[in-house]
Design a protein around this ligand. Structure first.
Ligand code: HPA
Ligand code: ZN
Length: 337
């Protein structure tokens, strides 16, 4: 086997937990702010990066929403998404299922359509020119009201064919899944698939809520399930996928140290876990870095890395035959590297 970095690079990967606004690199932020005649409170990209020190989720979200404020036009959303796709193409990512936060932009007077079409055109171009297939998930902001989420659902309906699912993100503690019971039910009736962030900072009860009240198809983060044996049993029995984000957890102090990341424990328990980058521009790593840093910290074997990569496709919303194709491809390439 060649070195670990090469092994991780060469295997095809699927990314299932990625906020497109969280891919906004400081250099592009400056460029877009300038062309929109907007000021940002930093004088250089290095100064921006230096400000990325977070003690918790909220400290991150405050900076993340401030950064997103410079995005105004369809071209801005296109450029943001295209930069992400080019980056992950270089890391051999073959399929992405990405979140966007409509309310972050519609609240500022940017039309839903402007956001969606900018992102979508880049995704289409990425599929054609980079061979990256995609699904798109609009995420409701949980610090806002259920009524506002309902407005977002309404705005999405003319574009239903372009959107695959809904998610739930932003400030978790104090905003339990139950708050969004009705809008998730209505979203499912419209044919959207469902996922929700739960058990990142919030307690295991929020994961129960996401399962039983929101009736999710996939669980984002879900780390804190380990505090509840019955919950782990349930997740294993349903083979509910968890989209874990190790570098995000480290940067937001959800975990103190990667060396004690309980990933092996989760795999041994039979949980369907996947690795993802969450907000790579803010947390210091895209897919390969998440795999590599984690593998080094907890000494993942080649087999465990292969399992995690296959899990990414298994937990995706690709058709069954495409999942099989990629899992076989991973096996094939793993033997060659
Ligand atoms: N958690 C909740 N909301 C978010 C995150 C996250 O990790 N990233 C972007 N919005
Ligand atoms: Zn997230």
């Amino acid at each position: 086997m060649k070195d670990l970095a090469t092994f991780i690079q060469k295997l095809p990967k699927a990314e299932l937990h990625l906020h497109i606004e969280g891919t906004f690199e400081p250099e592009l932020m400056f460029e877009i702010a300038k062309r929109n005649n907007l000021k940002i409170p930093f004088s250089s990209a290095d100064e921006v990066k230096a400000a990325y020190q977070f003690n918790n989720l909220q400290e991150f979200l405050d900076i993340y929403y401030a950064g997103a404020n410079v995005l105004l036009t369809e071209q801005d959303f296109f450029d943001l998404t295209w930069a992400y796709l080019k980056k992950v193409a270089s890391q051999n990512v073959k399929h992405v299922e990405i979140f966007f936060d409509p309310q972050t932009h519609t609240e500022r007077g940017v039309a839903f359509q402007t956001v969606l079409i900018g992102i979508y055109k880049a995704l289409e171009k990425g599929e054609k020119e980079l061979g990256i297939t995609f699904r798109l998930i609009m995420s409701y902001l949980r610090h806002m009201s259920e009524e506002s989420a309902f407005e977002t659902l309404q705005q999405s309906l003319p574009f239903k064919d372009l959107i695959d699912g809904v998610g739930l993100d932003s400030s978790e503690v104090g905003n339990p899944p139950e708050k969004f019971r009705n809008v998730f039910e209505a979203s499912a009736e419209e044919g959207y698939k469902l996922c929700a962030h739960a058990g990142e900072e919030g307690p295991a009860e929020y994961i129960w809520g996401a399962l039983d009240v929101l009736k999710i198809d996939r669980l984002d983060h879900g780390n804190r399930c380990l505090e509840d044996e019955k919950l782990v049993e349930r997740l294993v029995q349903e083979q509910m996928a968890l989209t874990l984000c190790p570098l995000s957890n480290l940067e937001l102090k959800v975990i103190q140290d990667l060396n004690t990341y309980p990933l092996k424990k989760m795999m041994e328990a039979g949980l369907l876990v996947t690795l993802n980058s969450d907000d790579p521009a803010y947390f210091g790593g895209y897919m390969n870095e998440n795999f590599l840093e984690t593998a080094k910290a907890i000494d993942l074997s080649k087999e465990e890395i292969v399992t995690l990569m296959k899990n990414g496709f298994e937990a995706s919303w690709l058709r069954a035959e495409d999942k099989e194709k990629w899992k076989n491809e991973i096996e094939r390439i793993a033997k060659e590297v």
